[in-house]
Design a protein around this ligand. Structure first.
Ligand code: GAL
Length: 418
């Protein structure tokens, strides 16, 4: 009897010890929107690295391309006083969150790891609030890419286009051959992604900057913008009737399967091709969006960290920040994700031809002044102005609104949002 009692007591002791040690392990709850095949595979790398160091990863994945749903969840959590440990937040929004006074100062880990020496200043500036790091950058994505299935082009006797004129000629042939020329997802952020690439293609880098970075009314309501809007509608005529609401990765899947010839999308699309076992240059071809070759529209993913009280969680949080800019993560994650490393000193041997081209184009665009932040992906303007632009783009795309009216609307909507 006594013996049985002591065994029970021992079991209780062990159980409570285990609970204490569970609580003691540093935990990071990470809010992100990387749920597609390629994205999930990529973010799993970070989870694995943290777990290897003995920390606990609590996954808070909120599906929805470009993070619209994730941002809603984040705001709700923050308002109720229960933010996650880390959240995927980008561009000017980082400053807004820091303004609320909720973010952890990451300077200690930044100093120890010498972030200032390995991250370009333009990127570091986005991550800093009043001179202090409050976010850690993950990667550099390029927006103005076109993903092609060469087999479909071949079957249709069409060429992969470099100009909008060539695009129209090829798209006609592809349609006649019974394929969908453009795989498209009718969601506001995807419409804006495609449209900003068209704007770069038709107006050039300088024009893009004036319109979507500087919010210059003369550029917004101009003949160049009207031409880009008309091209956007022309592209629409080569999409299929099921495009409304379609997720971006399903659109990529149409190109992978050979139902569609091409998709205009940032290079996270490459992550889907790779996850499906496809080889660049053989099974798929990546080209800049027509007429946009010299320009690099960039999109940098990053994580902000919220203040946590528990010492072990603080350790886990700082480990996460360190690992993100560490060599292993930068290499493995970016190879899978389709992006390129955001820091210097990462060996390029394991990166494919598309990534290598992206690295070269990034450097060249930076030198030439044609490296610009993506409006659609929250890098260029405030959330309010971005929202105003999205409304005009989506209303124009989904109605009979004229291009002239939409161009004028850009000016009105931006003014009201500023
Ligand atoms: C972008 C993000 C990418 C990718 C994409 C689709 O905004 O920067 O990493 O996840 O959305 O969800």
């Amino acid at each position: 009897m006594v013996r049985r009692f002591s065994i029970q007591l021992f079991a209780v002791f062990i159980a409570s010890f285990m609970m204490v040690s569970l609580v003691k392990a540093g935990e990071v709850e990470v809010l992100h929107w990387w749920t597609s095949g390629g994205e999930a595979k990529s973010v799993a790398v970070l989870k694995g690295l943290l777990e290897k160091e003995g920390h606990v990863w609590k996954d808070m994945a909120v599906a929805g391309g470009a993070g619209a749903n994730a941002m809603t969840v984040l705001k709700t959590r923050a308002v109720s006083g229960n933010p996650p440990t880390a959240a995927q937040v980008k561009g000017p929004q980082i400053q807004d969150w820091a303004d609320e006074g909720l973010l952890t100062n990451l300077d200690p880990v930044a100093k120890q790891e010498k972030w200032d020496d390995m991250v370009p200043k333009v990127v570091a500036d986005i991550m800093k609030y009043e001179g202090h790091y409050v976010a850690v950058p993950v990667n550099v994505h390029r927006i103005n890419w076109m993903w092609c299935n060469p087999e479909v082009f071949k079957k249709a006797g069409a060429q992969i286009p470099k100009t909008w004129e060539e695009f129209e000629a090829s798209a006609k042939k592809i349609k006649e051959a019974g394929f969908i020329p453009v795989a498209f997802g009718g969601q506001a952020w995807q419409e804006a992604t495609v449209f900003e690439s068209i704007v770069v293609g038709q107006g050039g880098a300088e024009f893009y900057k004036k319109a979507f970075v500087d919010v210059d009314p003369k550029a917004l309501n101009s003949s160049t913008m009207i031409k880009a809007l008309d091209t956007f509608k022309m592209v629409k005529s080569y999409t299929d009737k099921d495009a409304p609401g379609r997720d971006w990765n399903l659109a990529t899947g149409m190109v992978i399967k050979g139902d569609a010839a091409m998709q205009f999308m940032g290079d996270w699309a490459k992550g889907e091709f790779l996850a499906a076992g496809k080889k660049p240059g053989e099974d798929f071809v990546a080209m800049p969006v027509p007429e946009s070759a010299g320009t690099f529209l960039f999109n940098i993913d990053s994580f902000i960290m919220f203040e946590v009280k528990d010492k072990e969680s603080q350790k886990a949080q700082s480990a996460m920040a360190r690992l993100i800019l560490g060599e292993t993560f930068q290499e493995v994650f970016n190879v899978n994700k389709g992006s390129i490393p955001v820091r210097s000193g990462i060996p390029t041997a394991n990166f494919d031809s598309v990534a290598l081209q992206s690295m070269d184009d990034f450097k060249e665009a930076a030198a030439k002044g044609t490296l610009h932040p993506s409006m659609a992906h929250e890098m260029a303007v405030s959330p309010a102005v971005r929202g105003a632009f999205f409304d005009v783009i989506t209303n124009f795309y989904n109605s009979n609104m004229t291009a002239e009216k939409a161009a004028a609307e850009f000016v009105n909507a931006a003014a009201a949002a500023m």
